[in-house]
Ligand binder design. Structure first.
Ligand code: AHG
Ligand code: MN
Ligand code: MN
Length: 345
């Protein structure tokens, strides 16, 4: 029964399924404890001195904000209480070897969507949990399919924990009075056809033809190949976009583009695309680079970026078709044969 069952009950039952599950449950519990603290800190905003930009930049060159750094420290402290073999974070250049006897490795984006902090919009925490491989040095070079669990927290009107241990996607809401997460949704499924698309449209002039063609098909709505009208959203926070898509469907694109440094897009494979791709696939959606399944990819470097197109299976398949068949681009954008007659009116 939802609403009453706590995350603690849920994890206790899962932990009984074996020693790896026990280790995974410990890591999820630690991230959830950190999330309670981060939710409180995020909610205080300027009163806690967490707005604005800190001094440094992270290893991917992003400006580090105070809350990025504070969230990273809180999660590290909470995970430090359990035996994990290695920890990777967006906010640290290198992965940290912790307890080599640990059964699992954890990758985190401590604060996703941090450019939204100062404007009081939803931000979040993303986590990926992998089994410890024989060669610990390769722990974060495993394919996304190796993940045993993944999830994210949204710090918005509700503080929600979205989780999959490989048996579907479940959602917990923070009961602030009791300081515990309660199960509110089980087995989320994404509808096959999107009614909303999400992309940062300001980059249109930098996109490759397949992405431009797909977005044009969305904009053409019922008058074009999509045969339906679509709405558009862009929040600038991957966790918020993902939560919306899990809740009411949709398709999200952060493609590679022609801007310097965006040849592989903006999102990072290990601690953004892999965990989000795991959740999306567990909910019946797809996650792709346009050419390849995200979960089939293995990182060559810890902070490597990857194009991410994810959500409704029909629409992600259309995006892949457009990437893989250039003739499709020509046929759908031929100016002479515009839909309304021989010549464009
Ligand atoms: P982060 O704050 O962890 O760097 O992630 C921000 C990401 C993602 O959350 C969001 O979808 C995207 O950056 C927004 O990018 P633009 O600002 O280029 O639109
Ligand atoms: Mn992020
Ligand atoms: Mn981040």
């Amino acid at each position: 029964m939802t609403g009453q069952r706590t995350l603690e009950d849920y994890l206790q039952r899962y932990a009984e399924t074996g020693p790896l599950a026990l280790a995974v449950a410990g890591a999820i519990d630690a991230v959830a404890s950190a999330a309670v603290e981060i939710a409180d800190l995020t909610g205080k905003g300027q009163l806690a001195g967490i707005l604005g930009v800190a001094t440094g930049r992270n290893s991917d060159g992003d400006l580090q904000r105070h809350l990025d750094i504070r969230a990273d420290a809180i999660i590290r402290r909470c995970l430090g209480r359990i035996p994990i073999a290695a920890l990777a974070s967006e906010e640290a250049r290198e992965a940290e070897i912790c307890d080599p006897q640990g059964r699992i490795c954890v990758a985190i984006d401590p604060l996703d969507g941090s450019s939204n902090i100062d404007i009081n919009m939803t931000v979040g925490t993303i986590f990926s949990i992998l089994p410890t491989p024989d060669d610990l040095a390769g722990c974060f070079r495993q394919p996304g399919t190796a993940q045993v669990a993944a999830g994210f927290v949204t710090y918005g009107p509700q503080t929600s924990l979205v989780l999959s241990v490989g048996e579907g996607v479940d959602v917990f809401t923070l009961d602030r009075a009791a300081a515990c997460f309660r199960l509110v949704r089980v087995g989320l499924q994404i509808s096959t056809h999107a009614e909303e698309f999400a992309i940062n449209a300001s980059n249109r002039r930098h996109w490759d033809a397949p992405v431009r063609t797909f977005v044009d098909e969305c904009l053409a709505g019922v008058d074009g190949p999509a045969n339906r009208d679509l709405n558009m959203r862009w929040i600038g926070s991957l966790v918020a976009e993902t939560f919306r898509i899990l809740t009411r469907g949709g398709v999200f694109l952060y493609p590679s583009d022609a801007r310097p440094g965006y040849g592989d897009g903006r999102l990072r494979l290990v601690y953004e695309a892999h965990p989000i791709g795991f959740i999306i696939e567990q909910a019946g959606g797809l996650a792709s680079t346009g050419y390849q399944r995200i979960l089939d990819l293995s990182a060559q470097s810890l902070h490597q970026r990857v194009p991410l197109m994810m959500g409704a299976s029909h629409d992600v398949r259309r995006i892949e078709e457009l990437h893989c068949d250039p003739l499709l681009i020509a046929s759908t954008t031929a100016p002479l044969f515009a839909r309304r007659g021989f010549f464009r009116l």
